[in-house]
Design a protein around this ligand. Structure first.
Ligand code: MRU
Length: 365
């Protein structure tokens, strides 16, 4: 997608250097900083401290991270160390394990001296496939949007609610939940996006709002607690979010707060869509609520907020009595029955057993 009119990706391969360039997402929206990653430690750290985040981008970065490890040494020990180090960075987004498994499966049969090139090539393939999948998801989602708008009394503007950031910053390009918004907007559909701020880290406020502004998509920032009210008032035509891990029963783990939005949508008969590439589905998990690991994050993210002060300097402030205990689950799980459809690169699927089987077949698994 575009930054100040220039086409960029959230992760860009520097093939001559066997390195990648990423946007430091912890500095957005106030500063656009590109960082170069060239070692296993760089990649693992970027994922851990959330310079890169979002399930597909975590997967692509991890794949390059394994390639960096192989550039240092193609031994079995180096492969296993790289795999374990990267896998330990974040627990919920399954694209991480998916990408690492895929690169490792390519490397294992190869002689150690061939592994660095092969890993680099496989990471590149993962990145390219992500772009393609998300572009296709965008097309399917755009069609769904047109259908929802056609059913809307009086037509007009399609009001879309989204949560967290499932845009191009969360992927290699395009985004998952935001890809249909870009495609609909570019095709002339009148869309307006309610951007849920996404406490505690504020990915909606800092990343989705930034992306949509860059692309010129009309949007309004809301506090997370406003969504139910807007839905009840008929001001939301559909909700679309991304996913970090989808279980084989259709349960969806996504950023904390997603579940409440799905509940409100169900109550008020507002369609609730989840957009995801098939790399986000964990077919080994049968019950998402019971089995998807939920990341426990620092209490400091809840007790403090950070932003720019009047002098334009980033500052962090305490928002509760000092020493207040806080809990910070990074994700929640929305049961499949609250989801109208999953929008994937293979088309749209409901979360019933028949459709989930159909999706698995489509993915060739
Ligand atoms: O903690 P984050 O910022 O990595 O969480 C991201 C999300 O929850 C996204 O909605 C999800 O990864 C889908 S990204 C296309």
């Amino acid at each position: 997608m575009k930054i100040e009119g220039q086409h960029r990706r959230a992760i860009e391969a520097l093939s001559d250097q066997h390195a990648v360039r990423i946007i430091d997402q912890t500095a957005l929206p106030h500063q656009l900083t590109w960082l170069t990653l060239e070692t296993l430690a760089d990649a693992a750290n970027a994922i851990k401290v959330m310079q890169v985040r979002g399930a597909p981008l975590i997967g692509a970065t991890a794949a390059y991270g394994l390639a960096f490890a192989m550039a240092k040494s193609g031994s079995d020990a180096s492969l296993e160390k790289g795999y374990d180090t990267l896998l330990a960075t974040r627990p919920t987004a399954v694209n991480l394990r998916w990408a690492l498994d895929r690169v490792r499966a390519v490397l294992q049969p190869l002689a150690s001296k061939l592994r660095a090139e092969a890993a680099w090539a496989e990471a590149g393939k993962i990145a390219e496939e992500d772009v393609k999948a998300n572009q296709t998801i965008g097309g399917h989602g755009h069609r769904v949007f047109r259908e929802v708008l056609a059913d809307k009394m009086g037509g007009g503007v399609l009001n879309i609610l989204t949560h967290c950031n499932a845009g191009w910053l969360a992927c290699v390009d395009w985004g998952t939940a935001v890809a249909p918004i870009y495609q609909a907007h570019d095709a002339g559909l009148k869309v307006h996006v309610w951007v849920s701020e996404t406490r505690p880290r504020g990915q909606g406020a800092s990343l989705t709002a930034w992306e949509l502004k860059q692309h010129g998509v009309p949007h309004t920032l809301i506090v997370d607690n406003e969504a139910g009210h807007l839905i009840q008032r008929g001001l939301v035509d559909l909700c679309i979010v991304g996913a970090d891990r989808v279980a084989s029963n259709g349960d969806v783990a996504n950023k904390i707060g997603t579940y409440l939005k799905a509940l409100a949508c169900k109550t008020h008969h507002v369609p609730f869509y989840v957009a995801l590439p098939s790399s986000t589905i964990d077919w080994t998990i049968r019950n998402g609520i019971k089995e998807i690991p939920i990341e426990q994050r620092s209490a400091r993210e809840v007790t403090h907020v950070s932003g720019l002060n009047a002098k334009g300097v980033r500052e962090e402030v305490l928002i509760c009595p000092e020493g207040t205990q806080a809990r910070n689950d990074g994700f929640d799980v929305t049961p499949g029955r609250y989801i109208t459809e999953l929008i994937t690169e293979y088309g749209t699927f409901s979360t019933n057993a028949t459709d989930m089987r159909r999706l698995r077949l489509a993915a060739g698994l």
